[in-house]
Write a protein that binds this ligand. Sequence first.
Ligand SMILES: CC(C)[C@H](C(=O)O)[C@@H](O)C(=O)O
Ligand code: SF4
Length: 471
Amino acid sequence: MGKSLFDKVWDEHKVAALSETRDQLFIALHLVHEVTSPQAFQALRERGLPVKYPERTVATVDHIVPTEQQLVRPYGDSLAEEMLQALENNTRVFGLPFFGLDSAAQGIVHIIGPENGLTQPGMTIACGDSHTSTHGAFGAVAFGIGTSQVRDVLATQTLALERLQVRRIDVVGRRGLGVYAKDIILKIIATLGVKGGIGYAYEYGGPVIEALSMEERMTVCNMSIEGGARAGYINPDQTTFDYLQGRPFVPAGDDFAAAVRRWQAMTSDDDADYADRVTIDITGMAPQLTWGINPGQVTGIDEPLPEPDNCAEEERDGVRKAYEHMGFRPGRRLAGEPVDVAFVGSCTNGRLADFRAAATILKGRRVAPGVRALAVPGSRSVKRRAEEEGLDEIFRAAGFDWREPGCSLCLAMNPDKLSGRQLCASSSNRNFIGRQGAPLGRTLLMSPAMVAAAAVAGEVADVRDFLEGPR
Ligand SMILES: CC(C)[C@H](C(=O)O)[C@@H](O)C(=O)O
Ligand code: SF4
């Protein structure tokens, strides 16, 4: 039996076996942000410890930065100001690279890693953030960790971890009009459940996945954690290598060719041994969106909402709670439901390809009266490149606010928040109650193009009505 990429990477980074199932793992890259790091640095200070490998550590600021005026300090929110000051201070004292507010590379942690070539195949990557699975798009084994583990990585560059099992998910079939990477991952989560991935790393493959661009692959891997899988990855291939070549932290010249050979050797063997295998056929699949209060409560834009009595027994309570919060009715379709806010951004869908996709819909159109529409690039680099292409003009002309990079309305730890019972068409990854800053606020997760369609229509709409081509 051959080995999966997960097992190869794990074995290569294993420092010691701690028990039958638990290993000490070397972490090749540690990404740090302002929310989960202050106490970890404090613990090092208290013990007089340095950061073990400053050159394997990179920090950025993303969650708390205001997207309207990033640079006006101190921030109105004193907690946000405190977190940023702590990170500015900690990166200085401990001598760490920091993509802060004076850096052209600032942005959401899961966007800046890949775009700078910090994220590479075959690496182990950790970050005090659940969406670290994003980096798996490059064939890295990447997982989110808690603050006490951030402390451990800072101090030792290692982690004590339970080995995961690997589930291979093959996505096959014909991808229809208006179906994007977001629709694919929503479908996967809906099929396997929000807890289906617990204990697993998801290996995504098959012809549909192989045909995705790196940006699309990141969208898929990003939401692995929403399906319960701590890590999700895609085997690196020519698409991966082409994306990486020439990026600041990627080896150049002969070293690049050597790196590619090393990366190729890390991919899963054809006869790899998987704990489980699933095939998902997306032929005929309509654009997907969530209707409830977890990312597995998903429907097709042309489908009626589920009847609680027809749902699996263990889901029924959650489904009822979702109807109570969202105020929707079973059997109805979401199309036509008025939206108040439209949000394009986040580490799921805040990259250049996402703004291009939304701009295709927005070009020559206007946001419906009464809809508040926000476009928030995932990084300064994304913003710069989007502006070079004139995408900002398309968004502004349509009536969107074109903002500075940050997490923004994805989790509202900054001034971007919903109010009251507002309904938000959102390209982010979580629709939990209160997630977007208002206890009664409501979130519909969908692709950036679907968000743009909803913004223009003033209601949940089928993006295919805005596109040309066979369905
Ligand atoms: C603030 C951070 C710890 C959190 C996470 O871990 O994911 C956030 O990024 C989120 O998306 O909810
Ligand atoms: S964009 Fe959202 S999901 Fe991503 S790191 Fe920020 S808050 Fe978390």
